[in-house]
Write a protein that binds this ligand. Structure first.
Ligand SMILES: [Zn+2]
Length: 312
């Protein structure tokens, strides 16, 4: 019996592997089709609202440019009705779970149940209401958010930029496609229709500039020099964090070098803050005077860089 059992196990493993490969090859419907009777122009309108949520709630080009709009397409004719928006709120709250989608689900829960709001639903009614709503997000949800979307039972889930594109643009991702999360959620009663890569010509630019110094910021935005000053200030206090290293990518090639192989040679790193280096020095004052060598030394001390650069 033992060899037969082993053969069965092998057969199961092979079947699982094939299933996983197949899941990654699941095709998406063409994003311009009229799925559920809703025209592409309407989908594009709401994807633009998801992009606009960044300006409305954070800034025209935040580093984590993940925006969401939650819409009721069942309330009548026309475009449908906006219930709430949300944007990545980790930076403003410190809550690491507040991706754009989770922030929007929280916002909509408040809107739906507020006694002074337009819906004034009970908790139970709000739970039911989510099953009629469509969630638009300008980038494909991570597995946490895709799972939340399935737990909520949304009627539709529409994303712009794919996880594959985010990875290509330098973003760290948990590499499980939404289609795979959805495929594994068959125990849940409510079905959610998935539509992917909608209006990517407008969503992709929001995620293409953060790790690519050569890529222009989205329309209406400029790269901010303030993070550079912030990093310099923190470096004087020995408080360089992983988030600072993200910010440094906006002002130098350090992030690129760190990603290649860490630690890197400090002499390869250019840590100038364009246009604000002088004011950064002035802002810190004589006691906390800092130049690129001080910053690099701080990074060396914290094992981000290999060697102390030669002072010129
Ligand atoms: Zn997420």
């Amino acid at each position: 019996m033992a060899p037969f059992k082993a053969l069965l196990q092998l057969s199961f493993l092979l079947t699982s592997s094939i299933a996983q490969v197949a899941a990654h090859q699941q095709p998406l419907a063409d994003s311009r089709l009229a799925i559920n009777g809703i025209q592409f122009a309407t989908r594009a309108y709401w994807m633009r609202v998801a992009n606009q949520a960044l300006s409305d709630l954070v800034s025209p080009c935040p580093f984590g440019a993940f925006g969401t709009a939650i819409v009721n397409h069942t309330s009548g004719e026309g475009l449908g009705e906006l219930v709430c928006i949300g944007a990545n709120s980790i930076g403003s709250t410190g809550n690491p779970t507040l991706h754009g989608e989770i922030a929007a689900i929280n916002n909509c829960t408040s809107v739906l149940t507020s006694p002074t709001g337009p819906y004034n639903l009970t908790a139970s009614q709000a739970q039911t209401a989510f099953k009629s709503l469509s969630l638009y997000t300008n980038a494909e949800s991570c597995p946490m958010c895709a799972s939340a979307i399935r737990w909520a039972g949304f009627k539709e889930y529409i994303y712009g930029t794919s996880i594959d594109t985010l990875i290509e643009k330098g973003w760290g991702q948990i590499r499980i496609a939404s289609a795979d999360v959805f495929a594994a959620s068959y125990d849940l009663s409510a079905a959610t229709r998935l539509m992917g890569e909608v209006l990517t010509n407008e969503t992709d630019p929001y995620f293409a500039w953060q790790y690519d110094p050569e890529y222009a910021c989205p329309a209406g935005c400029e790269r901010q020099m303030l993070p550079c000053l912030t990093v310099l200030m923190r470096a004087t206090q020995g408080l360089i964090t992983g988030h600072d290293l993200q910010l440094i990518s906006q002002i130098s090639n350090l992030q690129y070098l760190l990603e290649k192989k860490s630690p890197v040679d400090a002499n390869d790193v250019d840590l100038e803050c364009p246009g604000q280096h002088q004011s950064a020095k002035q802002g810190i004052g004589s006691e906390g005077y800092l130049d690129r060598y001080d910053l690099i030394e701080t990074l060396v001390n914290r094992s981000y860089l290999r060697s102390t650069p030669n002072r010129m």
